[in-house]
Write a protein that binds this ligand. Structure first.
Ligand code: PEP
Ligand code: MG
Length: 550
């Protein structure tokens, strides 16, 4: 028996085989071949396979992120058949070189030619050609990049996964996630919790590619990855699996029940989602609304700024599916660990404290305006609320509100329907916002506390860093007192306050949240029913603020 110990970041137990996520590092060798016709045939097959993959990706992108995300893949499919590009490959094949070499050389020449052009649009196409060239090479060499080339769900193993990588994954193929790095607040962990699958981070080098294909138990509660369990361990794991199943069935009895304590305190239990695909999980788990829709998925899934139309369609789809229940959409939170190349952001020493989230929007009014127009247009089809991330100053909120006002005036003049009563809220995730919460509260309709970032900034602990262990303590009295300060300011101004950071699902803190007077908890869809069960067992009037003291 081998047990690897990491940090459990999403609960549950699963058994399956490990599948390593591959990033391509293609080594092409230059060789002469005898049978040039057979080589040409190999290339034709790789081209056909590439086109089929790209058409499939275009379809997936259209469903998840709209037409402009799909167009990219359609353009790539056209490149595969471009006569200048493929003509250069054919010439090299005729000279007797192997197909891999021909593709790589033609790709490099073509990309260099585009990169040297004056027209910025053509220059940008060089990256597309490199991408297409890589795809052709992968298909020639049988390399599976990123995707999961298995016909059954697997335990996905990786060093770590960037948000832009996770968006590409076929979620139906993932049983669980195991990573070398990462932490409980990384977006890999958040993704796992949203999907309701076990995840273990921080396994270090002990997790390595030699384990590819090996079967293991993954235990999200304890952070273990267990190979070849001995008889006793196996029996214990099977008992836990059975208990997990029974617990899930018990939780189903919570569907349709009110979110109310034994002494009648109501609390809204909403869900966090990252894409329209997640709405199914919200409905299955009976979430009463969406408290955080991380809209940056649209930007991460695309290779260029998503258009107003694409965004409108995605927001409308979610608003309509939720049938009048609140859908709080956060404006884009790009930057820090969520990097998008086409934003052309400079490299930063401290990206978590750099140009990110609302700072980008306020610096790029056109990008902001496009998103706000899409949000307001979608508000005609459901109960949308808008939330701004990373607020630190009063002037930022005023500028956001002015931008909203301007967009509403534009839409009115254009005769486009929208809801003029859309609620506007801000995230409380910087200590600055906590300290001036009394000045911010009168400017908005609600607060939602982003405890992931609030903990990071309050404790000066990088949320991405797995080595910080006990130092990254979201239960720290400083974080809980910050929550209380923000809640008191909100209630004094007559607005509601929720929590949309991961702490919201921490059942051990529910009595503290009730004592503070938190009005809403927005959690992963799979955390809704356990949270509801706990709320229904609680007595709010007996809850204390004890945890606020060290
Ligand atoms: C947070 O910081 O708590 C939050 C909800 O936002 P994100 O995790 O997307 O930064
Ligand atoms: Mg945040």
């Amino acid at each position: 028996m081998i047990v690897l110990q990491g940090q459990g970041v999403s609960k549950g137990i699963e058994y399956g085989s490990l599948y390593f996520y591959h990033r391509t590092n293609t080594q092409v060798t230059q060789q002469t071949v005898e049978d040039t016709a057979a080589e040409a045939q190999r290339l034709e097959e790789a081209k056909a396979k590439s086109i089929a993959q790209l058409e499939q990706m275009a379809e997936k992108a259209r469903e998840e992120a709209g037409d402009s995300a799909a167009e990219l893949f359609e353009t790539h499919a056209m490149f595969v058949e471009d006569e200048d590009y493929t003509g250069a490959m054919d010439e090299l094949l005729e000279e007797g070189w192997n197909a891999e070499y021909a593709v790589q050389q033609a790709g490099e020449q073509f990309a260099a030619m585009l990169a040297a052009m004056d027209d910025p649009y053509m220059r940008a196409r060089a990256a597309d050609i490199r991408d297409v060239t890589q795809r052709l090479l992968n298909n020639l060499m049988g390399i599976v990049e990123g995707g999961i080339d298995a016909d059954h769900p697997v335990i996905l193993a990786a060093d770590d996964l960037a948000p832009s990588e996770t968006i590409q994954l076929d979620k139906s193929k993932i049983l669980a996630i195991a990573t070398q790095g990462g932490s409980g607040n990384s977006h890999t962990a958040i993704l796992a919790r949203t999907m309701g699958i076990p995840a273990v981070c921080g396994l270090g080098d002990a997790l390595n590619e030699s384990m590819n294909g090996h079967a293991a138990y993954i235990v999200g509660d304890t952070g273990e990855l267990i190979f070849d369990p001995d008889a006793d361990t196996l029996a214990a794991l099977q008992v836990r699996q059975k208990a997990q199943q029974e617990q899930r069935e018990l939780m189903r009895t919570m569907v349709g029940q009110e979110d109310v304590t034994l002494d009648g305190r109501h609390i809204k239990v909403y869900c966090n989602i990252g894409s329209p695909e997640d709405v199914d999980a919200v409905l299955t788990n009976d979430g009463r609304g969406i408290g955080l829709f991380r809209s940056e998925f649209l930007y991460l899934a695309a290779e260029d700024y998503p258009s107003e139309e694409d965004q409108f369609r995605a927001y409308k789809e979610v608003a309509a599916a939720m049938q009048g229940k609140t859908v709080i959409i956060r404006t884009l939170d790009i930057g820090a660990d969520k990097q998008v190349e086409y934003f052309g952001l400079n490299r930063e020493e401290n990206p978590a404290m750099g140009l990110r989230a609302i700072r980008i929007c306020l610096n790029r009014p056109e990008v902001f305006r496009t998103q706000l127009r899409a949000l307001y247009r979608a508000s005609a089809y459901g109960k949308i609320a808008i939330m701004f991330p990373m607020i630190a100053s009063v002037w930022e909120v005023k500028e956001c509100r002015r931008a909203c006002q301007k967009v509403m005036e534009e839409l009115k003049a254009e005769g486009i329907p929208f809801d003029p009563e859309v609620e506007i809220g801000i995230m409380i995730e910087t200590p600055a916002a906590v300290f001036i919460a009394d000045e911010l509260a009168p400017l908005v309709d609600f607060f939602s506390v982003g405890t992931n970032d609030l903990t990071q900034y309050t404790l000066a602990c990088d949320r991405q860093c797995n080595d910080l262990g006990k130092f990254f303590d979201p239960h720290h009295p400083a974080v809980l007192r910050a929550l209380k300060m923000a809640a008191d300011a909100a209630h004094k101004a007559g607005i509601w306050i929720g929590i949309c950071g991961e702490l919201g699902a921490d059942l051990s803190l529910l009595p503290t949240f009730l004592a503070i007077g938190i009005d809403e908890l927005s959690v992963s869809p799979t955390a809704v029913l356990p949270l509801r069960a706990e709320i229904r067992r609680s007595i709010a009037s007996t809850c204390t603020l004890d945890m606020l003291n060290s």
